[in-house]
Design a protein around this ligand. Structure first.
Ligand code: PNS
Length: 173
């Protein structure tokens, strides 16, 4: 029997209900699923530190036995080899995701042919959800219910309030 270890990489800034949906699906398919938070230097200043993102993911997945949470730096394929992983899991929401995901999957395959990328679709109610849109709605004071877990919503609101106060010296209304 094969022991399939998959890596689910991403920024998770913050983790959304769409990510959690995919984690539950991936945990059913693979023997072990490592959710790997990337230190992504290209994306500007994140809302949450790697440690904060890791803590939130641990809290949200503690009941799933075969899921581990980790962080990584550098090439994803190098991290996969280091973890003895055979697969990368990525979520595809809409056709618009496909082009970038295809490029990444094929480039990763060129660098490391032993690793297969597996695409899964989240439940359709999450097909328009992303961390970027969660951050934007939160900054503009919109509702986050149904998009992220309650604990994450509280942390997002706290962080946005802190940032607003340190940038302007004023409290949000
Ligand atoms: O959640 P995101 O931002 O869509 O995740 C993108 C991520 C972290 C999976 C991607 O940027 C990545 O794999 N970064 C690690 C660096 C790397 O291996 N780059 C080459 C990809 S072909």
């Amino acid at each position: 029997m094969k022991n399939i270890v998959a890596i689910y990489p991403g920024s998770f800034d913050p983790v959304t209900n769409g990510h959690l949906d995919l984690i539950h699906r991936g945990a059913k398919l693979f023997d072990k699923l490592i959710v790997a938070i990337a230190r992504n230097l290209d994306k500007g200043e994140p809302l949450f530190s790697l440690t904060e993102r890791k803590e939130m993911l641990i809290a949200m997945t503690s009941e799933i036995g075969n899921v581990a949470i980790d962080t990584f730096e550098g090439l994803l394929v190098s991290y996969c080899i280091q973890q003895n992983a055979n697969a990368v899991l990525r979520g595809i929401r809409a056709i618009s995701d496909y082009e970038f995901e295809l490029q990444m999957a094929l480039m990763n395959r060129k660098m490391e042919p032993r690793i297969e990328t597996v695409f899964m679709m989240p439940a359709e109610q999450y097909s328009y959800l992303s961390s970027r849109i969660v951050r934007e709605i939160a900054k503009l004071g919109g509702p986050l219910n149904g998009l992220v877990p309650e604990m994450v919503e509280q942390k997002v609101r706290q962080r946005i309030t802190q940032r607003h106060i340190s940038a302007t010296g004023k409290h949000l209304l």
